[in-house]
Design a protein around this ligand. Structure first.
Ligand code: ARG
Ligand code: ZN
Length: 466
C-alpha cells in the first residue's frame, strides 16, 4: 500500500462527485480514519516513520551468526495510539517476518516495500497503550541512501558495523523510523563467544554459555532510531568512570588499537570541555566503538557511544561527541534541519582548535570564505539542502558552521554561549527546529537576526560580504 503522504483519503473523497465517493468509500469511512499514515511526513524521506502512534520503548532480542551472517530477531514495541487505529505501519527493509502480535493476539501483516503493514484485531483507541511483537530473521543488508552512501547493518569481516543515519535502523529492527519519535531501548544480543556486541547506554550483563555470549544493554533516555547500534566484532574493551561520574565503555578493533589509543585517551577531557561550553553531558554513559570497516567511510554519533569506521582523529572525536548534545539529546523534527546537527558539530571542531593552540575560528572561517563561488561549499544553502541527496554535503557541515560564526560575531561571545546552553537545556531529550533556534538567538541577544540567518542559511550562492 502506497499513497501520497499528506494526501488524506477524506480530502480526496471531499473533492469527488458523490456517486464516485460512495463507491470508493464503500469500505466505510472508519476504515480510512483508523489507518495510520505510512510516513511521518518528512519530504526528504516520505516513507520514514509512520503516523498514528508513538513508540515509547523498544525491547530488541537479537542473535547474530557472524559466519553465516544470519540474524534472528524479536522486537517488542510499547506504543501509544495517537488516533484510533485498526491498521498501522512499521518500517522494516528486507528480512523475513514470521509473526506479529498486537497485545498478545496474532495480527495480520503484509510487506509493501519498506512498510510492514499490521492490521490489529481490535481498533486501538486514541491514547491507548499497546504492545506489538515482531518475530523476524534473515540476512540484513544495508540500505543505499540518495547520496549513494550505505547505512544500516553493514557486515564486516568479524561482525557488523551498525549505523542507521538517516534510514538504516529499519534494516535490523522494525521501527517508527524517524527522529520525531524517540524511545528508550533494551538490547539483548547473542553472538559467538569471543565476539563483542556493543549497543547504547549501560551494559547490564554479559554471560557466556555453550559457546555464545549474550550482552544486555539499556538506554533509558529517549533515542532516535537512527542512533541505535548493535555493532559486533572482535573488540578490546576498556571501562572506567570519569571524574564527573560518567561511565565510559570503549570497544576497539585490535587492528585500530595503536592509532586509536592516544585519541580515545582524550575523551574525558573533551567531554569536560564540551560540558563547560554546552552544559552538562546529557547521558550517564559514554565511550567509543572503533571498528575496522574499510568500506563505510563515515563515523556516526550513536547515542552515548559514537561509532568510528577506523581510528578517529581528535577532530572526529570532538565532532561525534558534540552530537551527543546537538542531534542526540536535541533531535531533528525534519531532515531538512540537518544543519542543527552538522553545523554545530563542525563549528565545535573550530572552537576546539581555537581554545587548544590551533587556528582561531575566524581564521578557519576566512580560509573557507576564500573558496571560489564555483566551490561545492556554495552549491546549495544549508538551511534548505533541497533533498535527502544533500543532507551530508559540504554546505551542511561548513557553511552551517560559518553561519554559527557569523551569529557569534553578531551577538558576542557571552550571548553566543548563552544561546547554546539555553538550547541544550531547553530541548534536552527532545526536539528542536530551525525556527525555534532563530527565535532563541533573537530573544537572548535582543537583536534582529532574520537577515543574518537568511543570508547564511537560505540564500543561494556565496554570500556577498562576510
Ligand atoms: N552524522 C554523521 C557525522 O557525524 C554522518 C553520517 C553519514 N551517513 C551516511 N549515510 N552517509 O557526520
Ligand atoms: Zn556530524
Amino acid at each position: 500500500r502506497r499513497r501520497g503522504v499528506g494526501l488524506r483519503r477524506d480530502t480526496v473523497l471531499a473533492t469527488l462527485p458523490v456517486a464516485v465517493a460512495a463507491v470508493i468509500g464503500a469500505a466505510g469511512p472508519t476504515a480510512a480514519d483508523t489507518t495510520g499514515a505510512p510516513g511521518a511526513g518528512d519530504p526528504y524521506f516520505p516513507l520514514s516513520g509512520n503516523g498514528g502512534y508513538h513508540v515509547r520503548h523498544y525491547d530488541l532480542t537479537l542473535r547474530y551468526d557472524t559466519s553465516s551472517r544470519h540474524l534472528d530477531g524479536e522486537a517488542v514495541l510499547t506504543a501509544r495510539a495517537t488516533q484510533n487505529l485498526s491498521r498501522f505501519d512499521l518500517d522494516l527493509q528486507g528480512l523475513k517476518v514470521s509473526g506479529v502480535t498486537v497485545d498478545g493476539a496474532p495480527a495480520a501483516f503484509r510487506r509493501v516495500g519498506q512498510e510492514l503493514v499490521v492490521t490489529s484485531r481490535h481498533t486501538l483507541r486514541t491514547g491507548r497503550n499497546f504492545r506489538v511483537t515482531v518475530a523476524y530473521n534473515g540476512t540484513p543488508k544495508p540500505v543505499t541512501d540518495p547520496d549513494g552512501s550505505t547505512d544500516g547493518w553493514i557486515p564486516t569481516d568479524d561482525g557488523a558495523f551498525v549505523a542507521g543515519e538517516p534510514q538504516g535502523a529499519m534494516t535490523w529492527f522494525p521501527a517508527n523510523n524517524h527522529p520525531k519519535d524517540k524511545a528508550s531501548y533494551d538490547f539483548t544480543i547473542t553472538v559467538p563467544q569471543g565476539r563483542t556486541a556493543v549497543a547504547n547506554g549501560d551494559l547490564l550483563a554479559q554471560r557466556t554459555t555453550h559457546g555464545r555470549t549474550t550482552f544486555r544493554w539499556r538506554e533509558t533516555q529517549p533515542m532516535a532510531s537512527y542512533l541505535a547500534t548493535a555493532t559486533i566484532g572482535n573488540f578490546e574493551v576498556e571501562q572506567y568512570t570519569t571524574r564527573d561520574g560518567i561511565h565510559v565503555y570503549n570497544a576497539v578493533d585490535p587492528r585500530e588499537a595503536s592509532a586509536a589509543a592516544p585519541v580515545l585517551k582524550q575523551l574525558p577531557s573533551v567531554l569536560a570541555w564540551e560540558s563547560k561550553l554546552f552544559g552538562p553531558y546529557p547521558y550517564r554513559s559514554a565511550g567509543s566503538i572503533v571498528d575496522h570497516a574499510p568500506d563505510t567511510g563515515y563515523a556516526l554519533e550513536t547515542q552515548t557511544r559514537p561509532l568510528y569506521d577506523s581510528a578517529p582523529d581528535l577532530n572526529t572525536l570532538v565532532h561525534e561527541n558534540t552530537h551527543q548534545w546537538f542531534g542526540d539529546s536535541v533531535s531533528l523534527t525534519s531532515w531538512k534541519d540537518i544543519w542543527l546537527n552538522e553545523g554545530f558539530a563542525t563549528y565545535t571542531e573550530w572552537l576546539y582548535a581555537e581554545q587548544h593552540g590551533g587556528d582561531s575560528a575566524q581564521k578557519t572561517f576566512d580560509a573557507d570564505y576564500a573558496r571560489p563561488a564555483s566551490d561545492p561549499l556554495w552549491a546549495y544553502p544549508p538551511g534548505d539542502p533541497g533533498s535527502g541527496k544533500n543532507i551530508f554535503g559540504t554546505p551542511v557541515y561548513v557553511r552551517a558552521a560559518m553561519t554559527l560564526h557569523e551569529l557569534r560575531k553578531a551577538v558576542g561571545d557571552g550571548d553566543f554561549f548563552r544561546i547554546l546552553r539555553a538550547w541544550t537545556a531547553g530541548h534536552r531529550d527532545g526536539h528542536g527546529t530551525t525556527a525555534q533556534f532563530v527565535r532563541l538567538a533573537e530573544g537572548t541577544s535582543g537583536k534582529r537576526l532574520a537577515g543574518l540567518f537568511h543570508t547564511w542559511l537560505y540564500a543561494r550562492g556565496k554570500p556577498n560580504s562576510a
